[in-house]
Structure formats: structure tokens, C-alpha cells
Design a protein around this ligand. Structure first.
Ligand code: SAH
Ligand code: SF4
Ligand code: F3S
Length: 438
């Protein structure tokens, strides 16, 4: 019998990349590779990469360098690069680092098994970054990382071409899976014990615009009705096409969680227009008002970019004012990173690094204060929490989340991961709510 082989997967980037990696792990398991956490024990190392910002790429180049030494000690090791940076760089990765055996693009997840087998037999380099947009990379086995919460991709690619963003170039055009395939995957996840699913897409609101079999609101309702499902999450929502029908569906849902990640990116019309976001501060404000009216306890989170070309102190002041007006529960804040090939990279008025950093600091300070104030209001309230597991920093505490996706910590009792419990919030903080079970 073949000796047990081990695969070490390193995953960067967004949830879509994590979800892809679970599908890659599934493919690898089908040819005898068990997933290991020990890089030194691996027969195969895979890096599923991200290139959304330069910093993400730098981290990957650092790792590629590190793995050169691992491969010197173990020349039989197979080393592959997948994901968005593989799509973007292709051959250039092997030219720069010949210890890489293969480079596989974002639409080639289901080819991984064949590529690895070929290299096992023949060695040599394989590069396949042909972006096929007709086939959907699903239907294959999935080796999920979590036991309670499952990522379910509902669509691939993006059509929006925000001027700063590389994603549409490396992920191709929008392609939606068939609703019945998605529902089947959710049913299978529930049957194997998953309590929560997160429906994933770069812009879930445009789900189904291609096949027209169902729109996102229809899909969400179908998933909400799967027997046994406890929580339904979804991301990301683009503000330009979040319909009233969808808002109603979330408001009337049973298991659909009251959390919308609704990236605004910026708070001034001049910059939003230069970013090609296709909404204005006013239309976004009106959307938020409709959402909050229909779903009063909703949590809103966002992504923000500082230092976009042409950003002035005046624009930035508008952005801070907008944040204070909308009051997000939390925000991911990014410094604009120039991505060659995107329109913004060629725009005038690139902002100097020190200014970008200063603005980021200010933005984070304002947002942190808001997050803390919002969480402070939960003091003394009782929240429904799904127990996920021991807290990373303090194993005497359980960690879990509210339906609004807030992290909650409370002392261990008799409960187990997957249980739904009620926790009274006693110590709200900026990033976490601490409490006691009631
Ligand atoms: N499809 C999602 C997210 C895609 S990438 C959406 O549209 O919301 C995640 C986040 O990375 C984006 O929301 C944006 O805030 C940020 N981002 C994308 N390109 C960037 C760039 N060139 N520099 C800095 N941040 C960027
Ligand atoms: Fe990038 Fe915009 Fe598409 Fe999001 S919607 S992935 S930010 S191009
Ligand atoms: Fe990164 Fe690709 Fe996601 S560039 S953010 S891993 S879609």
C-alpha cells in the first residue's frame, strides 16, 4: 500500500479563497493526501494566494523563499501556487522561483488532482492559468475546515471593475451556480452536522443575473427553508444592487442573520465616482435607512479605502463625517494599493505613503470609538450565541457569535460547540463582548 501522504495548505486572501482551498483539500484527499499542519512533514505544499494588495503578494513571495529551504531538504516535495496571484503572474512565478512545480489559475481548482498526479509521475513544471469561464469549479469533494460553519460559494467572478481592484481580472466574469446545486450542498452540509452556512460571492446581490433561474432573494429564501439549518449568512453585498425584495427577505427570514457587510469604500461622491462604485453618498444613505427601517437590529459592517488617487483633506473630512453619520458596527480599513493594469494605477494624484498612513490612523481611531459605543449599548442585554469553540487567548472561555456576527466570550460550562446559549453581556469591548451564560 502507498504510504500516507501529507499536504500542507497555506491560504491567503478572502473567504472565497478559503472556500476554494477546502475544495482543493477535497481533491487532494481523493488522491491520498491528508491535510497536515506541519510544513516539515509535507509531501506537497500548496499556497492559495491573494493579490488584492501589494502587501498580500509580498507575504507570498516571502513564503516562496522560505519553502526553497524546505525543498532543499526534501527534493521529492511538490510545491504549487494557486489562487489569484497564480492567475495574475503565471509563468513569471516559476521564472522567479524555479523550485515551484506548478502554477494553477483560479478556475482550475478541479484540475488540481490531475496536475499533482502528473508531477508525481513525470516531475517537470506545469502552468495552467487559462481562465475558463464556462465551467464552474464545483461538484467535486470538499474537505471543510470547520465543523459547524460551512462556506458555500454561490457565484464566481466579478463584473464591477471598481477602478482600484484586480479581482475582476483574476477571477473573470460573474458566473452563478444553479440554485438546486447550492441548496443540495447546503442540505449535505446540514446532514453532516453543520449549523451555519455562509453564501459567498464577490457581489452576492447580482446572483442569478446570468442564468435568471433565481435571484439572490429567492436563493436566500430557499436556503432559509432547508430543514435543520440554524444560521444563514452571506457576503459580500454591493450597495448598487441590494434590492427592496432582498431587504424584505432578510427581514422576514427565520435563520437569515441580521448582518449585512455592505462595503461603502468611501464617503465622498467625487471619490466614489472615480472608484466606479456606481452609487452616491445620498443613495447609500437612503439604502441604509431602508435597511434599518425593515431590520431594526441589523449590524452593518463595511470596507474602507484611504489614499485613493486624488483624495484631498476635504474628501477625507467628508469620509470621517460619513462614518460618524452611518455608524457601522465595524469596518475593515485598507490603504489604497496600486495594482498595475487597473485604471486607478494610471490616475493622477497618487497620495504619498505618509499621508495614507496618517489618514488610516485617524480613520481607525474614529471607527474604533464608534464600534466601542455601539457595543457598550449591549451592556446588560442577553444575546443568542452559537458556541464555536474555546477562545484562542483564554481556553477557560468559550467563544461564539451573535446572529449579528459579534464575537462573544463567556466562561466554560457544560455546553458544547454547536450549542445555542443565551449570554448576558457584562463587559463590552471594541472587538469582543464578554459575558456570562444565563
Ligand atoms: N467583492 C468585495 C470585496 C473584494 S476585495 C466587494 O466588492 O466588497 C475586499 C476589499 O479589499 C474591498 O472591499 C476593498 O475595500 C479592498 N481592496 C480592493 N482592492 C484594493 C486595492 N487596490 N487597495 C486597497 N484595498 C483594496
Ligand atoms: Fe473588486 Fe469592486 Fe468587484 Fe468588489 S465589486 S471584487 S471591489 S471590482
Ligand atoms: Fe484576494 Fe483573490 Fe480574494 S485577490 S481578496 S483572494 S478574490
Amino acid at each position: 500500500m502507498d504510504k500516507q501522504k501529507n499536504a500542507f495548505l497555506l491560504v491567503y486572501g478572502c473567504q472565497m479563497n478559503q472556500s476554494d482551498a477546502e475544495r482543493m483539500a477535497g481533491e487532494l484527499a481523493s488522491i491520498g493526501y491528508a491535510r497536515t499542519d506541519d510544513m516539515a512533514a509535507a509531501d506537497l505544499i500548496l499556497i492559495n494566494t491573494c493579490c488584492v494588495r501589494e502587501s498580500a503578494e509580498d507575504r507570498v513571495y516571502g513564503k516562496i523563499g522560505e519553502i526553497k529551504h524546505v525543498k532543499e531538504r526534501n527534493p521529492r516535495l511538490i510545491f504549487g501556487i494557486t489562487g489569484c496571484m497564480a492567475q495574475k503572474e503565471g509563468d513569471a512565478l516559476i521564472a522567479r522561483a524555479p523550485h515551484i512545480d506548478f502554477v494553477l489559475g483560479t478556475s482550475k481548482v478541479h484540475e488540481l488532482k490531475n496536475v499533482v498526479r502528473e508531477i508525481e509521475k513525470e516531475r517537470g513544471h506545469i502552468v495552467d492559468t487559462n481562465l475558463t469561464e464556462t465551467e464552474l469549479p464545483d461538484g467535486g469533494p470538499v474537505a471543510r475546515e470547520g465543523k459547524l460553519s460551512a462556506w458555500i460559494p454561490i457565484m464566481y467572478g466579478c463584473n464591477n471593475f471598481c477602478t482600484y481592484c484586480i479581482v475582476p481580472y483574476v477571477r473573470g466574469r460573474e458566473r452563478s451556480r444553479q440554485p438546486e446545486d447550492i441548496v443540495r450542498e447546503v442540505e449535505e452540509a446540514v446532514a453532516s452536522g453543520y449549523k451555519e452556512v455562509t453564501l459567498l460571492g464577490q457581489n452576492v446581490n447580482s446572483y442569478g443575473k446570468d442564468h435568471k433561474c433565481a435571484d439572490f432573494a429567492d436563493l436566500l429564501k430557499m436556503v432559509d427553508e432547508v430543514p435543520g439549518i440554524e444560521r444563514v449568512r452571506f457576503m459580500t453585498s454591493h450597495p448598487k444592487d441590494l434590492s427592496d425584495k432582498l431587504i424584505e427577505t432578510i427581514a422576514n427570514g427565520t435563520h437569515i442573520c441580521e448582518h449585512i457587510h455592505l462595503p461603502v469604500q468611501y464617503g465622498s461622491d467625487k471619490i466614489l465616482s472615480a472608484m466606479h462604485r456606481v452609487y452616491t453618498v445620498d443613495s447609500y444613505r437612503a439604502l441604509v435607512a431602508r435597511i434599518r427601517k425593515a431590520i431594526p437590529n441589523v449590524a452593518l459592517t463595511t470596507d474602507l479605502i484611504v489614499g485613493f488617487p486624488g483624495e484631498t483633506d476635504e474628501d477625507f473630512a467628508q469620509m470621517l463625517a460619513f462614518l460618524k453619520e452611518i455608524r457601522y458596527d465595524s469596518a475593515y480599513t485598507f490603504i489604497y494599493s496600486k495594482r498595475s493594469g487597473t485604471p486607478a494605477a494610471r490616475m493622477d494624484g497618487q497620495v504619498p505613503d505618509e499621508v495614507k498612513h496618517e489618514r488610516l490612523e485617524k480613520l481607525m481611531a474614529v471607527q474604533n470609538e464608534i464600534s466601542k459605543e455601539i457595543n457598550d449599548r449591549l451592556l446588560g442585554t442577553t444575546q443568542e450565541v452559537m458556541v464555536e469553540g474555546p477562545s484562542k487567548n483564554d481556553t477557560t472561555m468559550w467563544s461564539g457569535r451573535t446572529r449579528t456576527n459579534k464575537l462573544v466570550l463567556f466562561p466554560h460550562g457544560a455546553e458544547q460547540p454547536g450549542d445555542f446559549v443565551h449570554v448576558k453581556i457584562t463587559h463590552p469591548q471594541t472587538w469582543v463582548l464578554k459575558g456570562e451564560r444565563v
